[in-house]
Write a new protein. Structure first.
Lengths: 126, 247, 587
């Protein structure tokens, strides 16, 4: 019995808006990875002494590094916001027999993010 | 409202056509007519050779899944007037081999479904004479949503992972596994674990979310999959840290 | 090409799957095959909404369920069968629960029950208002755990093979490829459901074409009580989609165009704000559908482009109750009528829903042919008599699916023999006949292009004939006219041609075969109806308006004669405990 299999095109994800947004969301992980690398380079530069750290700061001030980091930051925001929005679908928490509403789960994520950011900021800025 | 609307329907005759060919038909544009009514009009009055599946025409049997204007739909649950003035493009469900015209081969799902053991598994089966297993309305709510799946395959059609990797177990099968995992009467979660956590199970899913968007019954298979990812990951970590305590 | 299975089940719905599981459990050594023209999850059981009845509480009793059923059936029920049915129903529903069926619950975790039409006590188990869907999927998924059950999904049975009064298997077409195969067996169980598509307005799915009834009839088995066709009082006007009786059980009212609860004019009691069992809107389906016809005659119904309707009023139930107990009703009204029943009236009318009649069986599910069994809507045991009570048909599928499965297993084990050569020869003949048919269609189209009749037109005319001739009210004249018209349609059917002569998934061939079956079934309905000169339950003769227990406390049996005509005889009803009485509702 011969059947027909529709071939999958290379740019299948351009066919639908929801697929495009999904692929962008996935691509944002590249920029998350970049931020991690950047942080490791920063830590490494500090570890090598004041001169090394200054070189790194100068290098980071170049327009194209700033541009990459700005874009990366926007993607990190996209990644974070979409991740938090989807969290309630994965985390079903019941308190006293009733399910915690989705907004509660999302709010808890933002709260945790804020608290952790506050702690890091305090450590860095004091 | 115009009198008629054009349906562009994919035709595929195995052994005759190398690939589907679009054929145009004019059908009456009536207020209460679903796409399905347009198709049955074509078959009854215009062209008896058009093949498609349908049965209940009320969105509960899951037979009539098709791609309408690029989106997976139940043809009995979408209406001609929603697409007026048309034309409306009607094609077979994507991601499945096409047997003929609008009929696709869903045997892949039929083979995968039993592998997740979608039935109640218990250490000890109580005799029926002992009465019902107690289950509170809250316990029923825990899995009810995932029990609403009509096996219409729209989720498989919408899933880009499934289109790229036909070994992926798929949204409906995993949602049905979860339906039993979360049923208070079932004790078989451990037996389903291997299949679900295999590379072709939950971990093949990248949470595109299109399956839940396409689902006509609000099952939210994407949610089912992500929940099980959390469950499976938590369980693995627990077993790593406390190897002697096996849940 | 032929294969063998010890037991073959035709149909994969509630009854068919239950029968297959019964075979697998009773004798795991036997090989059982389920042959269905659709994937089992598509079977029409899936559309059932309201619930399944079985005695559940201490305030209820088997006798009361039996009496409600017997009186609901206008005393045409075989009481021994009813007694067995009500006794086994609770166990079957509990078995489904153990298999995972998500029955709705009380707060304490026990099964919840609701009221239903014609029942004096609340005994209808329910899974919200998608009971059939949950029941079928539970059965189907459970059947997957039995590796002994082999399935032939999307195979269409065209003939039951019989030799010397005993059934030995079937011939079936594999839809995907067009391949025809002879599948032999030592027992065959028919579970193909009813025949609502013989009528134009029906709750039934496209697949309900009476295949099994016609298959058995052509094989020489007797059909029983074919004249008893149930009209469900509340179907949506254009589509015929079912609005479950549960809507009335939860308190819905039926209003005519003046907003009047008209059922009070038809000896069904007096209206109360809360539902009262066996009263008003909770009366039996045949009486409610008959009341509608009278309202039409009095000009008190509303006119729509799809015919006269009355209104179902659920507004006083409130959104919370509707979302909890009738969510599917809300979804269906919204989708198919653009109406929200929480705020608006729902237009409804009687539509054909269920076939009380069917293949004649005894209480074990055995038909008049050895080795041939039947269960579910396709069968007539009879537990439903002249009118079925709502929520009795799902347990019917389970109780008799189980009984037929067990009986067929015992038979296949005890009377196991090699399949006679004549059976294989018949199988080959049928394969050749089908191939020849396709050639004939192609030939006819070639030679008489533009002159041949479309099968859809013959089907529509058959449906109109049945609605006009054998609707809610019939008379000798309308029935005789219908018989003549059907004979004419049979001839036209022989000369009609289909356009699709291909092998792969030829649904027009299937539609043609189904139409042939439907014409046979329609003929048997008329044949039985014209001879029953009384009014009982769903069979109402305006020329014989009274019930006649002297002549007709009996089942109509109809058999095909060698010359192709039908012959009707009578079989007395089995009475055990309840002598015929008056059907009283609302008093």
């Amino acid at each position: 019995m011969s059947v027909y299999q529709r071939p999958v095109k290379l740019f299948w994800w351009l066919e639908k808006r929801s697929y495009v947004i999904f692929v962008l969301r996935e691509l944002s992980s590249v920029f998350i990875a970049w931020f991690v690398v950047f942080l490791l380079l920063l830590v490494n530069a500090i570890g090598d002494g004041a001169a090394s750290y200054q070189t790194f700061v100068d290098w980071s001030g170049q327009w194209w590094v700033v541009a990459i980091n700005v874009i990366a930051f926007l993607f990190v925001l996209l990644h974070t916001v979409t991740w938090f929005a989807l969290a309630p679908r994965a985390m079903v928490i019941k308190m006293r027999g009733t399910r915690v509403p989705a907004q509660g789960v999302v709010a808890a994520h933002y709260l945790a993010w804020f608290v952790l950011s506050a702690v890091v900021a305090w450590v860095v800025l004091r | 409202m115009a009198d008629e609307i054009t349906l562009e329907v994919a035709r595929y005759r195995p052994g005759v056509d190398a690939e589907p060919v679009m054929q145009q038909y004019q059908v009456p544009l009536r207020e209460h007519w679903a796409i399905l009514d347009g198709l049955t009009y074509i078959k009854d009055q215009l062209d008896g050779t058009l093949s498609f599946r349908w049965s209940c025409r009320m969105g509960i049997c899951g037979s009539c899944g098709m791609t309408v204007n690029g989106e997976p739909q139940l043809s009995c649950a979408t209406f001609l007037t929603d697409y007026a003035p048309g034309p409306i493009r009607v094609e077979p469900l994507r991601n499945f081999p096409v047997i003929r015209d609008l009929v696709v081969d869903i045997d892949d799902f039929m083979t995968k479904l039993p592998t997740v053991k979608p039935w109640v598994i218990r250490d000890v089966d109580e005799p029926v004479e002992a009465g019902e297993y107690l289950q509170t309305p809250e316990e029923l709510d825990d899995y009810k949503q995932f029990s609403m799946c009509i096996n219409c395959m729209l989720c498989y059609s919408a899933c880009p992972v499934y289109s790229l990797d036909q070994d992926f177990i798929g949204p409906a099968a995993i949602a049905l596994a979860q339906r039993y995992n979360l049923d208070s009467r079932d004790e078989g979660a451990e037996e389903r674990r291997a299949v679900l956590t295999s590379p072709e199970g939950i971990w093949a899913c990248t949470f595109v979310g299109e399956c839940s968007a396409a689902c006509p019954k609000g099952v939210d298979p994407a949610g089912a999959i992500q929940r099980y990812k959390l469950t499976a990951a938590t369980q693995s970590i627990k077993e790593l840290l406390m190897p002697r305590i096996k849940r | 090409m032929s294969t063998y299975h010890d037991v073959v089940v035709i149909g994969g719905g509630g009854a068919g799957l239950r029968a297959a599981i019964a075979v697998a459990e009773t004798n795991p050594a036997l090989r059982v095959a389920v042959i269905s023209k659709v994937y089992p999850m598509r079977s029409h059981t899936v559309s059932a909404e309201g619930g399944a009845a079985a005695v559940a509480g201490p305030d209820d009793s088997l006798d009361e369920h039996a009496y409600d059923t017997v009186s609901g059936g206008d005393w045409l029920c075989d009481q021994d069968a009813v007694e067995a049915f009500v006794a086994e129903a609770p166990r079957e529903l509990l078995r489904l629960e153990h298999w995972g069926c998500p029955w709705s619950r009380q707060e304490n975790g026990r099964i919840a029950v609701r009221a239903f039409g014609g029942m004096k006590k609340m005994r209808t188990w329910f899974a919200a208002d998608r009971t059939g869907f949950h029941l079928l999927h539970t059965l189907f998924q459970t059947s997957l755990s039995y590796s002994d059950i082999v399935r032939y999904d999307e195979w269409y049975v065209t003939k039951i093979l019989v030799d010397d009064g005993r059934a030995y298997g079937v011939v079936a077409i594999e839809l995907a490829t067009g391949r025809v195969e002879t599948i032999t067996a030592n027992a065959v169980i028919v579970c193909t459901g009813g025949c609502g598509r013989v009528f134009p307005f029906t709750t039934n799915a496209n697949i309900k074409t009476g295949d099994g009834m016609a298959l058995a009839y052509r094989a020489g088995a007797a059909l029983k009580d074919m004249e008893f066709v149930q009209y469900h009082p509340t179907g949506l006007p254009f589509t015929g989609i079912l609005i479950t009786e549960a809507a009335r059980a939860e308190g819905g009212w039926l209003l005519n165009k003046d907003g009047y609860r008209y059922l009070q004019d038809y000896d069904l009691g007096t209206p109360t704000p809360e539902p009262v069992l066996r009263n008003m809107e909770l009366g039996p389906r045949d009486r409610l559908s008959q009341a509608f016809v009278h309202e039409v005659e009095k000009g008190r119904t509303l006119d729509t482009p799809y015919g006269p309707v009355v209104n179902l009023d659920l507004r006083h139930l409130g959104a919370q109750l509707i979302d909890a107990k009738l969510p599917f009703v809300r979804e269906l009204c919204s989708k198919y009528q653009n109406i929200d029943p929480v705020r608006e009236l729902v237009p409804v009318r009687p539509v054909v829903h269920y076939m009380m009649g069917g293949i004649h069986t005894d209480i074990r599910g055995a038909t008049s042919l050895d080795g041939l069994y039947a269960a579910g809507e396709v069968a007539c045991v009879s537990i439903n008599g002249a009118n079925r009570l709502g929520s009795n048909s799902l347990p019917e599928c389970l109780v008799f699916g189980n009984r037929a499965g067990r009986a067929a297993t015992v038979f296949a084990g005890r009377y196991h023999r090699g399949v006679p050569a004549s059976i294989l020869a018949q199988g080959r003949d049928e394969e050749q006949r089908l191939a020849a048919e396709l050639r004939r269609h192609a030939d006819t189209l070639r030679r008489h292009a533009g002159e041949t009749e479309r099968i859809a037109d013959i089907r529509t005319e058959m449906q109109t004939t049945m609605e006009n001739g054998a609707g809610i009210y019939r008379d000798g004249d309308s029935l005789t006219k219908a018989a003549h018209r059907l004979a004419e349609l049979q001839l036209r059917f022989q000369r009609a041609a289909i356009e699709d002569h291909s092998a792969n998934f030829n649904t027009e061939l299937i539609a043609w075969l189904e139409l042939g079956f439907m014409l046979d079934v329609a003929e048997s309905i008329i044949a039985c109806a014209v001879r029953r000169e009384e009014s009982r339950g769903a069979h109402q003769r305006t020329d014989f308006p009274a019930r006649d227990d002297e002549r007709f406390l009996a089942h109509s049996l109809v058999r095909r004669q060698p010359d192709g005509t039908s012959r009707v005889t009578y079989l007395p009803v089995t009475l055990t405990r309840w002598p015929p009485g008056e059907r009283v509702y609302g008093r």
